[in-house]
Every structure is written in structure tokens, then in C-alpha cells.
Design a protein around this ligand. Structure first.
Ligand code: ZN
Length: 456
């Protein structure tokens, strides 16, 4: 049985579908104002491993991931660029799906975009106003009144009752009645330019939080099994989602909440000013493959902080080479008892709150055993592990030497000669030429290998 850590109960609990043996899962998606960065992808890879483990256990899944295509950042971008909002976000949506593919992330069942669901959001805000838990402020914005929802703070485990008196005083300078109140609907302002929709409260746009409550309930029902995101989404975003949904329906919103921990790069918080801010594309340009990046993201347990460093990518490259070498000798046929035992221990590790470090130890145990005892019959065990890990086999089955175009092969040979002659400048120049032709050279102790950029 699959067990996971539930942020709501703060316990490890069995993950069991409420109906039809199908887990209904909502995952907070990207804001499409830019290319997603490696920290975002940590969450999406975690959710992919979760999805694959659910399927691995014989359950069905219905996964919804939203695309936030209207918010402060997209509006700022669209007005700076002087193009329509949909034209501004379209290339980033496209890039997002390309990046998911690079990382071998399985597709969700539904990717609703916020701008396609404005009527649903207006309807939900209307219900909250009708129930008296939301109010319209002077300027035409609508706020959720956190004091009217007794369960507020249950996900973040914060007792807001104890803090309310002080908060009311501090809120005097705002339109809001309490500091903790959050916008469900934001009144149109000058800086919004042409972006806006008409509503019963005047022209404006939805708040970010309402987007997820409205779209999750539309596609998964008023109560569903599982909701995930990065830990930075837990408060206030997920807390607000619960408040909006439960205040409107009077029913429990989600049974299980899961959150993955932060990612740091070279031990520091990722930021553009620190020079350690990487999109997936930045890393690909540096010669790292989606498979190698996926390996690093999967190898750490999702609830542990992950330090993303280039040394980790180098380790991943070496580890994958070891796997490839072994898997190339693996065959179908009757699976040996020791390989079966490894596969079973692997399953147990994954079902124990997605314990990927332990699962990887079993994968490398299988490699070690197969190297000493023979790889005959082990292919099924590797395939089973790949269903969850998604990096055991190269995506394209490994680029064959024969598929490398002759001109690229020629450049690679010249580069090998340049390296032998220790002409590093020429070697680097040839590497760039090879990259321009769509291939990546990887150096190892045994010489150089070529991979297609579009492949693994
Ligand atoms: Zn969300």
C-alpha cells in the first residue's frame, strides 16, 4: 500500500482513492510570464514521480495542472511588450510543455488556463459574497474575510484567533477589514491597461488563489483526493484555496496535501542577482541533458531541501553511464530471485512516502548484482523501476553511432585529435560547432560521446 506524508494531518497516511480506484490530483502549475526555472521543475518532477507511483500501484489518475496566464507578472510583461495578453503568454506556454517533455514528465489529463475560466471564478466569488464571507471594498475589489471562516490556518497550523485583535488595528490603513483578508477579485487599475473582465462588482480580474479553487472543483469535484505544490505554496496560497472552497461548499475540499521542499543552487537561494538562476534551457545549453537533470531532481527525497550543484550533474552523468552499461547487457526471460527481491524492495521504498534515495539504492544494488551475477533476465526489473524513475532508459533508446550525421562525426574526430594535441581552444571551438549542429559532446575517461540535443 502506498503511504504519503499529509501536510494537513502532519502524518504519514495511506493514499486511497475516494472512488472508482482513481486518484483525483490537482497540482499548482506555472505562471506563464517567463521560462520556468529549475526550482519550479523540482516541484513538477516530484509530482511526476508521485503520479507514476500512483499508476505503478494499479490506481488510476486524473491530474489537473493550471496555467496562470493572468496575474501581476503577466500583466506587467504584456503591457511592457505592448502585445495582447494571450500573445504574450502563448510562447511561454509552449516552452513549458517542451520543458516537461525534456524532463520526461508525463502529461496531466487537463491543463486549464485561468483566462478560459473567468466565468467560473466570478460565480465562485459570487457564492462567497452571498454567504457573507466575502465583501466588496470601496474600489470595487472583493476580499475574503478570514474571520468568517473558522478553519482558517488549519493547513499551515497557525492559530489566527490569537492574532486577530492586533491585526485589526494594523489593517486600518487598508481597504481590507483584516490584514489577513485576501483579494478574490481585483478592481481594474490604470496599470492593468487593456486587461480586465466585467463582473457584478465592476471591471477587474480574478485573484490568483480563486483561480485554483474554481478550476480544481470544476474538473475534480468539490471534494477530491490529493493536492500538491512547492512548500512556498502552502501558505497563504493553499490555505486560501481551502478557505474559498470550503466556505462556498460546506464540504471538505481535499483529503491529502503534499508539498516538496526548496531547491538551492550551490548552497544559495536561487536569484538572478546571485548569478545562480537557471532555466532548464540554460542547463541544456551548458550541455546537460533532461535525463541528467531529472536524475538529480529525483535522487533527493522530495521533503528534503535539495542543493542543485554542477558536481551533482557530473555524478548523475557517471551514474547513468553505469546504468546504461549494465542495461545494455540485460535481457528478457526468467527473472532471477535476487533481481525480483531488488524490485520488491524498490516498490516498498517508493510506497514509503516516495523514498527515492532508498529506491535508487535498490536500483544500484540491482546494477551491482547484475554486474557480478550476470544480467540475464533482469530487464523486467529495470523496466519496472523505470516506470517510476523515468530515467533508467534513455528516451530515444540511446542514439546509435550510425545515426550521427557524417559532418558531425567529422567535427567530433577533429575535436578528438585537437584534444590529443592539447589544443583546447580548437577543441572548444569544435564543441560549439557540434552544438550548433544540434549535438552535444560529452567527455569521459574513455574518450568522447555524442548525444542529440533533442534526445536524452
Ligand atoms: Zn494553485
Amino acid at each position: 500500500m502506498m503511504k504519503v506524508y499529509n501536510s494537513l494531518s502532519r502524518r504519514v497516511e495511506p493514499l486511497v482513492p475516494a472512488k472508482d480506484n482513481e486518484i483525483r490530483l490537482y497540482t499548482c502549475g506555472p505562471t506563464v510570464y517567463n521560462f520556468a526555472h529549475i526550482g519550479n521543475f523540482r516541484a513538477y518532477v516530484f509530482e511526476d514521480v508521485l503520479r507514476r507511483t500512483i499508476l505503478f500501484n494499479g490506481m488510476k489518475i486524473r491530474q489537473v495542472m493550471n496555467l496562470t496566464d493572468v496575474d501581476d507578472k503577466t500583466i506587467r510583461g504584456t503591457n511592457a511588450a505592448g502585445v495582447a495578453l494571450t500573445d504574450y503568454t502563448a510562447p511561454y506556454k509552449k516552452a513549458f510543455f517542451e520543458d516537461l517533455d525534456t524532463l520526461n514528465i508525463q502529461k496531466a489529463e487537463v491543463y486549464p488556463a485561468a483566462t478560459d475560466h473567468i466565468p467560473e471564478m466570478i460565480e465562485l466569488v459570487g457564492r462567497l459574497v452571498e454567504k457573507g464571507v466575502a465583501y466588496r471594498s470601496e474600489d470595487g475589489s472583493v476580499y475574503f474575510n478570514v474571520r468568517k471562516f473558522p478553519g482558517y490556518g488549519k493547513l499551515a497550523h497557525i492559530d489566527f484567533d490569537a492574532q486577530r485583535t492586533g491585526a485589526r488595528c494594523a489593517a486600518d490603513e487598508y481597504d481590507k477589514e483584516n490584514v489577513g483578508d485576501f483579494a478574490l477579485w481585483k478592481a481594474w487599475e490604470e496599470s492593468d491597461g487593456p486587461v480586465g473582465w466585467d463582473s457584478p462588482w465592476g471591471r477587474g480580474r480574478p485573484g490568483w488563489h480563486i483561480e485554483c479553487s474554481a478550476m480544481s472543483m470544476k474538473y475534480l469535484g468539490e471534494t477530491f483526493d490529493l493536492h500538491t505544490g512547492g512548500i512556498d505554496n502552502l501558505f497563504p496560497h493553499h490555505e486560501n484555496e481551502i478557505a474559498q472552497a470550503e466556505a462556498a461548499t460546506g464540504k471538505p475540499f481535499v483529503s491529502t496535501w503534499m508539498h516538496c521542499a526548496h531547491l538551492k543552487v550551490n548552497g544559495e537561494k536561487m536569484s538572478k542577482s546571485a548569478g545562480n538562476f537557471f532555466t532548464l534551457r540554460d542547463l541544456e545549453e551548458k550541455g546537460w541533458s533532461g535525463r541528467e537533470i531529472r536524475y538529480v531532481l529525483v535522487a533527493a527525497h522530495y521533503r528534503q531541501g535539495l542543493n542543485f550543484a554542477f558536481s551533482a550533474l557530473e555524478d548523475a552523468r557517471r551514474s547513468l553511464a553505469r546504468i546504461d552499461q549494465c542495461v545494455s547487457r540485460a535481457t528478457d526471460g526468467e527473472i532471477p530471485g535476487w533481481a525480483k527481491a531488488r524490485a520488491e524492495a524498490f516498490t516498498e521504498a517508493m510506497n514509503d512516502d516516495l523514498n527515492t534515495p532508498r529506491a535508487l539504492a535498490e536500483l544500484f544494488g540491482l546494477v551491482r548484482d547484475a554486474n557480478t551475477k550476470g544480467a540475464g533476465g533482469t530487464l523486467a526489473a529495470f523496466r519496472r523501476m523505470d516506470e517510476v524513475l523515468g530515467f533508467v532508459f534513455p528516451r530515444d533508446g540511446g542514439k546509435k553511432e550510425a545515426e550521427i550525421p557524417p559532418e558531425v562525426r567529422k567535427l567530433a574526430d577533429e575535436r578528438a585529435a585537437a584534444r590529443k594535441a592539447k589544443d583546447w581552444a580548437l577543441s572548444d571551438r569544435l564543441r560549439d560547432e557540434i552544438a550548433a549542429a544540434g549535438w552535444i559532446v560529452k567527455d569521459s575517461r574513455d574518450g568522447q560521446t555524442l548525444c542529440s540535443k533533442s534526445g536524452i
